[in-house]
Design a protein. Structure first.
Length: 392
C-alpha cells in the first residue's frame, strides 16, 4: 500500500473514532452563549396582521442584526411598512412577504419588528398559527446566536392544544393491557364537550404500599405538543378539563404523578423528567375540574432522578425551561385509584405568558456541562457533577 493511501486511511480512522466517541472533548459541541436570540410568542387574532417584537441580548449591549432563518408554514411574514415605522399607521406591513429564497433575511426595522399575517377567512387554530426561527449577529465580530423560537399563538395565547372536536386527535393511552387509543365521545357532559375517555384495565397492587405498580396515562401527540416553539411556553400554563366517569376516589394511589413532562436531549442526552404531583392545590377527587398548572419555577414541579436510590428534588428554573425547549413527552395521569376507574379528558392546552420574552435568559445562554465545565449549552441543563466524571 502506498504511504499516501495509508495516511489517508489513518486520518479517516481517527476522524471516525472521534465522531463516534469524543471521550476527551477534543471536538466539543459548539454553543453560542452571547449574543442570544430570545424565544418569543405573539398572539394573533383571526384576520388581523400582527406586529411581533423580536428580542435579543448581548452582554456588552452592542447593536445586533436580526436574521430570519425560517418562515411559518401557514400565513405570511412581512417586514414592517415605512409608514408604520414612521407614524404607526396602517397598513402595518410591506407589500411583499418574505420569501424562502431570501433566507437568511436581514430585518431592516431598527426596532426588530416583523408582521405576521394569518391565512385569510380562517378560524383561529387550536394551537399556534405557525412558527419561525431567527438568529442575531454582532456585525463587527460576526458572532451569531443559537436559534430563537417564535410562536404565532392563537388569540387565546395557545401554542399547543387539543379540543377533541372531531376525534381523539392522535392521543394515545399508555400503561393499559389492551387499549392504546382513548374512546371519543361526540356529545357534551357538563364542562366536557366532545371529549376523550379511558378506563383502567388492570389493578396490579403492591401489597406493601397498597398502590398500583402499573399506571395508565393519557399521552399527548408529539406532532402537536413536542415542538421546538414550546420553549415560548415557559411562564405560561398547562390547562385541561378532567372528570371521572366512575371509581372510588377515597382509595387513591400514592404518589399521584398528575402531569409528566420529559425531554430526551436534556441532561447531556441522558434525558430528564419533571413531574407535577396532585398536591399543593392540585388535588383531585374525581369531580369535574379545570386543572391549571403553571409552567414556571416555584409551581411545585419535581425532578425525577430516574433512580429509585435517589430522592426527587425541586425542579430548578433551567431544568423546567430546558424540558419545555426539548419536550419529547407530555402525559396526564388517569390511574388515580387503587381499584378501577374511568377518566374523561377535554380542552388540553399549553398557553404562553402575556409578557414576552419570558424564557429565562440565563438558561438560554446555556448551563455548565457537568462532564466538562469548560462548556455550556442548553442540553447540559440538569447535568449532575455527582454522576458525570468531570473532564480535567
Amino acid at each position: 500500500m502506498a504511504p499516501p493511501m495509508a495516511l489517508r486511511l489513518l486520518a479517516a480512522a481517527v476522524l471516525l473514532q472521534h465522531s463516534l466517541a469524543d471521550i476527551d472533548n477534543i471536538f466539543p459541541v459548539l454553543y453560542s452563549s452571547n449574543p442570544v436570540a430570545r424565544h418569543v410568542a405573539c398572539a394573533v387574532a383571526a384576520g388581523a396582521p400582527t406586529v411581533c417584537q423580536l428580542a435579543a441580548h448581548e452582554d456588552a449591549g452592542r447593536t445586533l442584526q436580526f436574521l430570519i432563518t425560517s418562515l411559518p408554514t401557514s400565513g405570511g411574514l412581512y417586514e414592517t411598512s415605512q409608514n408604520y415605522r414612521t407614524y404607526g399607521t396602517d397598513p402595518k406591513y410591506a407589500p411583499k412577504p418574505i420569501q424562502d429564497y431570501e433566507l437568511p433575511f436581514k430585518v431592516s426595522d431598527s426596532r426588530a419588528r416583523v408582521v405576521y399575517v394569518p391565512p385569510s377567512d380562517v378560524f383561529p387554530p387550536e394551537g399556534r398559527w405557525g412558527a419561525m426561527t431567527y438568529r442575531v449577529q454582532e456585525p463587527t465580530s460576526g458572532n451569531q446566536s443559537e436559534y430563537g423560537q417564535v410562536a404565532f399563538s392563537s388569540p387565546a395565547e395557545h401554542v399547543s392544544a387539543s379540543t377533541f372536536i372531531a376525534g381523539v386527535d392522535a392521543w394515545t393511552i399508555s400503561g393499559n393491557i389492551y387499549a392504546t387509543v382513548p374512546t371519543w365521545q361526540a356529545f357534551g357532559w357538563g364542562l366536557l364537550n366532545r371529549y376523550i375517555y379511558a378506563t383502567d384495565e388492570v389493578q396490579y397492587i403492591d401489597f406493601e404500599t397498597s398502590s398500583d405498580k402499573s399506571r395508565w396515562y393519557f399521552e399527548a401527540p408529539p406532532g402537536k405538543f413536542c415542538l421546538p416553539e414550546l420553549a415560548t411556553a415557559y411562564g405560561g400554563t398547562l390547562q385541561f378539563t378532567i372528570a371521572s366517569t366512575y371509581g372510588d376516589f377515597s382509595h387513591l394511589n400514592s404518589p399521584l404523578d398528575f402531569v409528566t413532562l420529559e425531554c430526551g436531549s436534556c441532561n447531556s442526552g441522558r434525558g430528564m423528567r419533571i413531574v407535577r404531583y396532585a398536591d399543593n392545590g392540585l388535588e383531585w377527587a374525581g369531580a369535574e375540574k379545570v386543572v391549571q398548572v403553571p409552567l414556571v419555577v416555584g409551581a411545585f414541579w419535581r425532578r425525577d432522578p430516574m433512580n429509585r436510590a435517589l430522592p426527587f428534588t425541586d425542579a430548578t428554573e433551567c431544568e423546567i425551561a430546558a424540558v419545555l425547549a426539548g419536550l419529547t413527552r407530555v402525559a396526564i395521569l388517569g390511574d388515580f385509584t387503587t381499584a378501577g376507574e374511568g377518566v374523561a379528558l377535554d380542552e388540553v392546552s399549553i398557553m404562553t405568558n402575556p409578557t414576552q420574552p419570558y424564557f429565562p435568559l440565563t438558561c438560554q445562554q446555556g448551563c455548565v456541562c457537568a462532564h466538562d465545565p469548560r462548556s455550556r449549552r442548553m442540553s447540559c441543563c440538569g447535568s449532575d457533577p455527582n454522576i458525570y466524571h468531570t473532564f480535567r
